[in-house]
Design a binder for this molecule. Structure first.
Ligand code: SAM
Length: 247
């Protein structure tokens, strides 16, 4: 998958894209992530990317000319890519959407700053506005990184063990089960016995039960949309019963 990022702060991405699974996926050629300095698409001597808003008022607005130049070029280089404007006014970024983007051929991510980008950029060149949450960031760079990280996890070959993605929170509509590692006992707290048993069926059942329990306790509203088997519904009843008895 090719991902292009358009920003006035390209160095923002230096460290995050040089670490961990994303970096390794880029080295192996599974991901091709290119960060573009918007100033390189300006034509004036001072490489200006923003201007005062028509109508007056506080803040600056990102000028259309360099954004049009950048996006027209990148759409040609990354055909089929979805052009995304990071924006607090966009569609909320959730796991179902992450999975859908994971199947697309590429993304071009536009990072806004100041009061945002000239509206004509959105009208003419943006396929979708995406928000990572109902709050306002200073710039789109942090949000772009969230999109890169989450979509990259869906691309085959990025995460070494695909089953670890499938058991992540939200993937199947539930939160993940708790995890433990050595030592088996630490400061008087023991790892659940079943995890040491070597009984894979019992471990799988415990994990499913704990995923249901975490979801019921922390995000009960997710259960309404989750795909639950008859066995899951029975487990949920048991968990509710145990909770009512204060277990
Ligand atoms: N005036 C804009 C508004 O209220 O809709 C906010 C502009 S914000 C200070 C600057 C830039 O940060 C935006 O253009 C956008 O790219 C990015 N941004 C801010 N909050 C965001 C969010 N929740 N999700 C995605 N991008 C966001």
């Amino acid at each position: 998958m090719r991902i292009d990022i358009v920003t006035i702060f390209p160095s923002f991405f230096d460290s995050p894209l040089r670490e961990g699974v994303i970096h390794r996926a880029c080295e192996r050629g599974v991901l091709d992530i290119r960060v573009h300095d918007l100033r390189a698409f300006t034509l004036d001597r001072h490489r200006v990317t923003d201007d005062a808003p028509y109508g007056g008022g506080a803040g600056m607005v990102m000028k259309p000319e360099p954004l049009f130049a950048a996006l027209e070029q990148l759409k040609g280089e990354n055909p089929g890519a979805t052009t995304v404007l990071l924006s607090p006014q966009g569609r909320l970024w959730r796991q179902a959407l992450v999975r859908e983007y994971g199947t697309r051929p590429g993304m071009i991510l536009v990072c806004g700053r100041y009061e945002g980008v000239d509206e004509r950029v959105r009208e003419a060149l943006v396929d979708e506005e995406i928000s990572i949450g109902d709050y306002v960031l200073t710039g789109g760079e942090t949000a772009a990184l969230v999109l890169v990280e989450t979509v990259a996890r869906q691309v085959p070959g990025v995460v070494g063990q695909p089953e670890s993605v499938a058991q992540d929170s939200f993937f199947a509509g539930l939160l993940d089960h708790p995890h433990y590692t050595r030592p088996a006992e630490f400061r008087g707290r023991a790892v659940p016995e079943v995890l040491l048993s070597g009984d894979h069926a019992a471990i799988a059942r415990w994990r499913r039960r704990e995923a249901l329990r975490q979801t019921l306790r922390k995000r009960p509203e997710l259960l309404a949309a989750a795909e639950l088997s008859a066995d899951d519904l029975k487990l949920l009843e048991e968990i509710r019963g145990a909770d009512d008895r204060g277990c």
